[in-house]
Design a protein around this ligand. Structure first.
Ligand code: PMP
Length: 803
C-alpha cells in the first residue's frame, strides 16, 4: 500500500473513513460447508468432515478424511491478495527447509501442484484457498492456567528458532501495511477517541505519546527481518498433558518485516502479562529466546515498552472494531482486559523490569547510556556494604566516594550517576575501553575453542611470532601466563636458573607485582628494608633526586650506585642474577631518566654475570610513543615481560626471551601454566596488535603525548604548583610542588586535585615517593579534543585548589 492509499497517514484528524474501516476489518468469509467440500474434491482430491476453526481474517476448517488424515483448509477473505498468500505459503516452506523439526504446518499442494488455488464459489465470489497439514495439541491459551516456567522457556526457544529460520526469508508482501505492525502503531492513535471512558483514553494516549517521542526513533534503529509477529498463546499448540511440549506454531498470515524486539514482546506478553510475577515470567521466556537467538542490548531494552504497546494496540483495534462494525462477529470481545494489562504493566517498575531482563540474558545489569536506566536509590550504599562484607572491609577503592561504572568505550567510562568520565588513569585499556575488534575476537574464539598450550592450535603461535617480530632479533621465545606479576616472577626464576646467581637489583621504589617474590621486588617507596638478595638503586630523578645538577654527567653519577649494589650482592654471596626495571619508571613518578643511565647500569650488571629484565607492563605496546619503553633507554634486554595492555583488559601476561634461556629454563623446571596462552587470550592479544597497527597507535601516542605535554607546560606558566612536566608518548608525569625553588612535594594538594578532577569528569592517578606526581596514562586512542577537555578540567581544578 502506498502512502497515499494509506488511510492513516494523516494521523488523528477526522472521523474514520470507509477505507479506514476496511483496513481494520478483516472480513473472514463465511461460506457454507456444502460449498467448500466439492471444491476440496476438485482441487485436492480430498473429502471428509469439515469443522470450523477460529480465525481473525480467514475462514478455516479442520478437514478430517475418512482414512484418518487431517488437514486445515484456509479460505482467504476476498480482499486478500495472492501475494500475501504466496508470502506465507513460501514462508512455511522456507521454515520447514531451514529447521525441519520445528512444528509448523506444511503446505499440501493441489492436484495440479500449486500451493494455493483461486476458486469461484457458488455465490459468484472468488477466494484463495490453501491446504495445510493439521497439527495436533491444544492451544496454549486453553491451558493458560498451567503455563509455568518450563512452558515459557520452551516457547522462548521455539519462537527464537522460528525467527532464526525466517532470518533468510524475504517476500515483497512483508512490507504491506498491516494493523498489527508494532512499527506503525502511531497510525492507530486517532482511534483511541472511539474507546471507553476518559481514564482509559488518557492511559492509551499516554502510550501513544511515549511511543512517538521515545520508542519509535529507537525502534527504527533496530535490525529488521521477517517475523511472525503474532506468536501469542492463541497461535501456539501444545501437548494437552504437557504445556512445555510445543506441537505447533500456526497462523503465518501476519508475517511482516519487523524487529525481533517486537516478536519477543508479542510472544512474551502472551505468557508473562498475566503471570503472578510478570517480570520473572518475562525473564524465563526472554532468556530462553536469547540463548537460542542472541538479542542485542537495544532490542532487549525495548521489550517491556513493546509489551505495553502491544496491549494498547490490541485494546485500540478491538475497541475500534466493536464501534465501527458492531454487527460483525468480534474476534476479540472487549478491549478492557488489554487496557487493564496496560495499567498493570505501567504500574511495574520499568527500570527493574529491564534490569532483570538484562541479568537473565547476562548483559551488564546497568546501562548508564540507556535512557531511563539509572540505578535504584540506595543501590550505591548497598554495593559498598556488599563489597565490604564479601571482599573484605580493607579492600581499597579510588576516591572518597567510590565510583560505580558499568560501561566503557574508547577513553570514556560511564558511571551510574549518569555522567561520563574521561579516563586518564587506566593503562590497561590501552586501545580504548571495550574495543569492538578485541571484543569480537575474544567472543569468536571463545565460541570456537579455548584450550591450553599442551595442544596445537594456530592462534597462539601466530601471536608469538607477531610479538617476537616486534622485538630485537634475539628475543624469539615466548612463555605465556596471566598477569604482569606472574611474568615478572617467571623472568626472575629464569634469571636465577640460567645465571646460577640469586641476587636482584631493582629501583628503590619499584613496583613489579603481587606474587610472594614480586612483592619483595615492589617496595613502592625508597628506604623500605629489602631482603638481602635484593638491592634497590637510587632513582635517577634529575628533578628531585639527590643529584640534580645538570652540569654533571647525571647518567654516570646515578649509575655508580649499581657498583654499590653489585658489591653488596657479591658480599652476601648471592651474586647478581638480574637487574629489573619498569621501562617507564612509573612508581618512581615517571622521572626524566638521564640518557645513558640504564645502559650504564646494564653494562655493570652484565659484567657481574647478571641479565637485563625489562618489565614492559606499563611501558609497552606504544605507551611511550615507541613499541617498547626500553627502546628509549637503548638497552638490549635478555628478558622482556608484558601484562596489562597486552590483552586490553583480557588477562594475559607474556615473557619473551632468547631461545637458549627459555629452553634451559623449561628443561630444568618443566613449568606449565594452565591458562597461559589459552586460545582466547591469544585471540585477544592478536586483536590488540591488529588495532595498534591499523589505527597507527604508536605514532598517535607519540604525537598526542607531545601535544599533551605542550599544553601542560602552558598551564604551568599560569599555575606555580606545576613544578615539572615530563614523559614520553602517552605516559606523562606532572610533579606538583609547593615551592618551585625548594621543590617541596605538594602531596595533599595532589590528593585534593584528584578529587577536583573527578568532579570535573576526569580520572587521573598519582605516584612517586611523595605521591605528588600526577600520573597520566590515557588510552592511546585519545584525540586532540580530549586533550583539550583534560587541560580545561585541570586548569579549572587548579584554580579551585588555589581559591
Ligand atoms: N609491573 C609493573 C611495572 C606494574 O605496574 C604492574 C601492575 N601495576 C605489574 C608489574 C603487575 O602486573 P599485574 O597486576 O598484572 O600482576
Amino acid at each position: 500500500m502506498t502512502a497515499r492509499e494509506n488511510p492513516f497517514v494523516n494521523g488523528r484528524a477526522g472521523a474514520p473513513s470507509s477505507s479506514e474501516i476496511k483496513f481494520l476489518r478483516r472480513n473472514p468469509p463465511s461460506l457454507p460447508v456444502e460449498e467448500v467440500r466439492p471444491l476440496l474434491a476438485e482441487h485436492f482430491g480430498l473429502d471428509g468432515e469439515l469443522e470450523p476453526l477460529p480465525s481473525e481474517r480467514d475462514q478455516n476448517f479442520q478437514l478430517a478424511c475418512r482414512d484418518g488424515r487431517r488437514f486445515v483448509v484456509k479460505i482467504a477473505n476476498q480482499q486478500e491478495s495472492p501475494e500475501v498468500v504466496e508470502c506465507y505459503t513460501r514462508a512455511l516452506q522456507h521454515v520447514a527447509d531451514q529447521d525441519p523439526s520445528l512444528p509448523v504446518p506444511r503446505i499440501v499442494a493441489s492436484a495440479d501442484g500449486r500451493h494455493f488455488v483461486e476458486t469461484r464459489f457458488a455465490g459468484g465470489q472468488s477466494h484463495i484457498v490453501c491446504l495445510l497439514t493439521y497439527l495436533g495439541g491444544m492451544l496454549l491459551d486453553d491451558v493458560s492456567d498451567r503455563i509455568g516456567p518450563a512452558a515459557r522457556r520452551s516457547l522462548g526457544r521455539t519462537v527464537a528458532r522460528l525467527d532464526r529460520a525466517l532470518r533468510s526469508y524475504f517476500h515483497s508482501a512483508v512490507t504491506q501495511s498491516h494493523p498489527w505492525n508494532l512499527g506503525t502503531f502511531e497510525r492507530l492513535h486517532h482511534l483511541v477517541d472511539l474507546l471507553g471512558g476518559d481514564e482509559e483514553r488518557g492511559l492509551l494516549h499516554a502510550v501513544f505519546e511515549d511511543y512517538s517521542q521515545r520508542l519509535l526513533p529507537r525502534l527504527k534503529a533496530l535490525r529488521h527481518q521477517v517475523i511472525h509477529q503474532d506468536a501469542h498463546p492463541g497461535n501456539i499448540l501444545v501437548d494437552a498433558d504437557d504445556p512445555a511440549s510445543i506441537t505447533g506454531i500456526i497462523d503465518f498470515g501476519d508475517l511482516l518485516l519487523g524487529t525481533l524486539a517486537a516478536e519477543v514482546a508479542v510472544a512474551c506478553n502472551g505468557v508473562a502479562s498475566d503471570a503472578n510475577d510478570p517480570i520473572a515470567a518475562a525473564c524465563e521466556f526472554v532468556a530462553a529466546y536469547d540463548a537460542e537467538l542472541p538479542l542485542e542490548e537495544d532490542e532487549l531494552d525495548l521489550v517491556f515498552d513493546l509489551m505495553l504497546v502491544r496491549n494498547a494496540m490490541t485494546a485500540v483495534i478491538a475497541g475500534a472494531r466493536l464501534r465501527l462494525a458492531p454487527n460483525e462477529p468480534a474476534h476479540i470481545s472487549s478491549p478492557q482486559p488489554y487496557i487493564d494489562r496496560v495499567a498493570l504493566l505501567r504500574s511495574l517498575n520499568h527500570a527493574r523490569f529491564s534490569r532483570e531482563l538484562r541479568r537473565a540474558c547476562r548483559f551488564p545489569v546497568y546501562c548508564p547510556t540507556a535512557p531511563g536506566a539509572a540505578t535504584d536509590p540506595g543501590e550505591e550504599e548497598r554495593l559498598v556494604e556488599a563489597r565490604r562484607s564479601l571482599m573484605g572491609r580493607n579492600t581499597t577503592h579510588f576516591y572518597s566516594q567510590p565510583m560505580h561504572f558499568e560501561r566503557g568505550r574508547g577513553p570514556w567510562l560511564y558511571a551510574t550517576d549518569g555522567r561520563r568520565y574521561l579516563d586518564f588513569y587506566n593503562n590497561v585499556a590501552q586501545i580504548g575501553h571495550c574495543h569492538p575488534h578485541v571484543v569480537r575476537a575474544v567472543s569468536r574464539q571463545a565460541a570456537a575453542l579455548n584450550t591450553n598450550t599442551r595442544y596445537l592450535y594456530s592462534s597462539v603461535l601466530d601471536y608469538a611470532e607477531r610479538l617476537s617480530d616486534r622485538l630485537a632479533p634475539h628475543l624469539t621465545a615466548c612463555l605465556f601466563v596471566n598477569s604482569g606479576s606472574e611474568a615478572n616472577d617467571i623472568a626472575w626464576q629464569m634469571a636465577k636458573t640460567v645465571t646460577g646467581n640469586a641476587g636482584g637489583i631493582i629501583m628503590e621504589d619499584a613496583y613489579h607485582g603481587v606474587t610472594d617474590v614480586m612483592r619483595l621486588f615492589s617496595p613502592g617507596r625508597p628506604g623500605k628494608a629489602l631482603p638481602d638478595f635484593l638491592q634497590g638503586l637510587v632513582v635517577p630523578d634529575p628533578y628531585r633526586g639527590p643529584i640534580r645538577d645538570r652540569g654533571t654527567d647525571l647518567a654516570a653519577a646515578y649509575a655508580a650506585d649499581a657498583d654499590r649494589a653489585i658489591a653488596a650482592l657479591a658480599a652476601s654471596g648471592h651474586g647478581t642474577a638480574a637487574f629489573m626495571i619498569d621501562s617507564a619508571f612509573c612508581s618512581s613518578g615517571i622521572p626524566d631518566v638521564p640518557e645513558g643511565y640504564v645502559r650504564a647500569v646494564e653494562a655493570r650488571v652484565r659484567a657481574a654475570g647478571g641479565l637485563m629484565i625489562c618489565d614492559e607492563v606499563q611501558s609497552g605496546f606504544g605507551r611511550m610513543g615507541r613499541w617498547w619503553g626500553h627502546e628509549h633507554h637503548g638497552v638490549q634486554p635478555d628478558i622482556v615481560t608484558m601484562g596489562k595492555p597486552v590483552g586490553n583488559g583480557f588477562p594475559l601476561g607474556v615473557v619473551v626471551t632468547t631461545d637458549e634461556i627459555l629452553n634451559e629454563f623449561i628443561d630444568r623446571t618443566r613449568l606449565f601454566s594452565t591458562f597461559g596462552g589459552n586460545a582466547v587470550a591469544a585471540a585477544a592479544g592478536n586483536a590488540v596488535l591488529d588495532v595498534i597497527d591499523n589505527e597507527n597507535l604508536v605514532e598517535r601516542s607519540r604525537v598526542t603525548g607531545s601535544l599533551l605535554r605542550r599544553e601542560l607546560r602552558g598551564l604551568a606558566a599560569e599555575f606555580p604548583l606545576i613544578g615539572d612536566v615530563r614523559g614520553h608518548g602517552l605516559v606523562t608525569g606532572v610533579e606538583l610542588v609547593r615551592d618551585r625553588g625548594l621543590r617541596s612535594p605538594a602531596s595533599s594538594e595532589t590528593r585534593t586535585l584528584l578529587e577536583l578532577m573527578r568532579e570535573r569528569g576526569v580520572l587521573v592517578g598519582s605516584d612517586g615517593r611523595d605521591a605528588n606526581v600526577l600520573k597520566l596514562r590515557p588510552p592511546l586512542v585519545i584525540s586532540a579534543d580530549e586533550v583539550a577537555q583534560f587541560i580545561e578540567a585541570l586548569g579549572q581544578s587548579l584554580e579551585a585548589l588555589q581559591a
